[in-house]
Design a binder for this molecule. Structure first.
Ligand code: PLA
Length: 427
């Protein structure tokens, strides 16, 4: 009650009001910007870095580590980079769509040299800022040109950034069923039912291989059925292929769904990343492409992709694309690289088995078969958010809240401590 204030108090109150008036007059332009939450995946690395425990383990972001837990630069990448440097190329701008020798080879890697779309020259393609950049170009292209609505369906769950990429592109993000938490497997019937229930000509995002975060991919037979449903419903497929080679160790095998869809006559959009399969994470090497019906259509789409990219970032960086191009276009280096991809995939498969074995040896009563049944960079453990919190706080084991762990961060040196930590919180 202001009237009962003693004079001194009243004076103070008045001064306070005056100060807030001054502050309001000089209020920052950005005072309306709220503090945002840390990124669901990249924020984990920040928390990990802030922990001083020497045996801390980072299983957050999907970045491959060698068995000593160190970032791994592929020997084929080192050799290619030396070649690029010794050839003393200039640093001129690339064209808007990037390094042509790279995009040409990237298309062959994805679609296959014998693919009709390659032979008939009907792939519209541009180099992109890794996989995320390709998805973002895809979002922008669809928002501008897709004639049958502005919605995109992504699986539940999906990579944490998909929703933001597509909604920032102006698309409405919807979801289809994918994961069955009871079986810790694919909810194939749910997925097919949702694809059937979606309006005709919907855009459907599909993970080509090594589904993130679940590590669960449809079988080839299931892909055939998915292709059939997508065709019946005249849906438009958008493949995100961020892990070609990382799932099975074989780049051709991992591209199966993309190639199947092409064979079955689908038009499609494809996002490719070379972050994981070439370990070029920070070089940001990727490609965005559209499999077109004809060369004439490809030319029109290429022209519009350029018009989209130019005001976004003008043209992409050249160094990483030159490295990737050297590897893809030099038969001996290409062969060496494929061996190294297989080496990474095999180490991950080995770590899955070792984690499961350690958990069983500790006497865990839970069934951990899903760890070895899943594929790719991640294991979707089934652990709950509170358990993931405990893992971080009590055991210095960092991973995303959804229970996803990056198997690529497990080593023969830390697997025992990891298993013990998981055992302690799950029994
Ligand atoms: N698509 C999927 C399915 C991904 O998992 C990732 C990366 C990307 C696209 C984009 O990768 P890029 O832009 O680096 O090529 N996902 C990581 C990293 C590995 C991240 O979140 O940025 C992950 O930890 O999920």
């Amino acid at each position: 009650m202001l009237s009962s204030f003693r004079p001194a108090t009243r004076l103070l109150a008045r001064q306070g009001q005056a100060q807030s008036v001054v502050r309001a007059a000089y209020a920052s332009t950005w005072s309306n910007v709220p503090q945002g939450p840390p990124d669901a995946i990249l924020g984990i690395t920040e928390a990990y870095k802030a922990d001083s425990f020497s045996e801390k383990i980072n299983l957050g972001v999907g970045a491959y580590r060698d068995d000593k837990g160190k970032p791994y630069v592929l020997p084929s990448v080192r050799t290619a980079e030396e070649k690029v440097i010794s050839s003393q190329m200039d640093k001129e701008y690339a064209g808007i769509t990037g390094v042509p020798a790279f995009t040409k080879a990237a298309a062959v890697l994805a679609y296959g040299a014998d693919s009709a779309v390659i032979k008939e020259d009907r792939v519209a393609i541009t180099q992109s800022i890794s996989g995320t950049g390709a998805l973002r170009i895809g979002g922008a292209f669809l928002e501008r040109f897709y004639p049958h609505g502005k919605s995109i369906y992504i699986p539940t769950p999906s990579w944490a950034n998909h929703k933001a990429v597509f909604s920032d592109s102006g698309l409405e993000v919807k979801q289809y069923k994918y994961y069955n938490k009871d079986t810790i497997g694919l909810d194939f019937d749910g997925m097919v039912a949702d694809l059937k229930a979606a309006p005709n000509k919907s855009i459907i995002l599909l993970h080509a291989c090594a589904h993130n975060p679940t590590g669960i991919d449809p079988t080839p037979e299931q892909w055939q059925q998915i292709s059939q449903v997508v065709k019946e419903k005249e849906h438009y497929p958008f493949f995100d292929m961020a892990y070609q080679g990382f799932a099975s160790g074989d780049t051709d095998r991992d591209a199966y769904p993309v190639r199947l869809f092409i064979e079955q006559g689908h038009g499609l959009i494809l996002s490719q990343s070379f972050a994981k399969n070439m370990g070029l994470y920070g070089e940001r090497v990727g490609a965005f492409s559209i499999a077109c019906e004809s060369t004439e259509e490809k030319k029109r789409l290429d022209s519009q992709i350029k018009i989209l990219v130019r005001p976004l970032y003008s043209n992409p960086p050249v160094h990483g694309a030159r490295i990737a191009s050297t590897i893809l276009n030099d038969p001996a280096l290409n062969k060496q690289w494929l061996g190294e991809v297989k080496g990474m995939a095999d180490r991950i498969i080995e770590m899955r088995a070792l984690l499961k074995k350690n958990l069983e040896e500790l006497g865990s009563k839970q069934n951990w078969d899903h760890i070895t049944n899943q594929i790719g960079m991640f294991a979707y453990t089934g652990l709950k958010a509170e358990q993931m919190d405990k893992l971080a706080k009590e055991h210095s084991v960092y991973a995303t809240k959804d229970g996803r762990i990056s198997v690529a961060g497990i080593t023969s040196g830390n697997v025992k401590r990891l298993a013990e930590s998981i055992f302690k919180i799950t029994g």
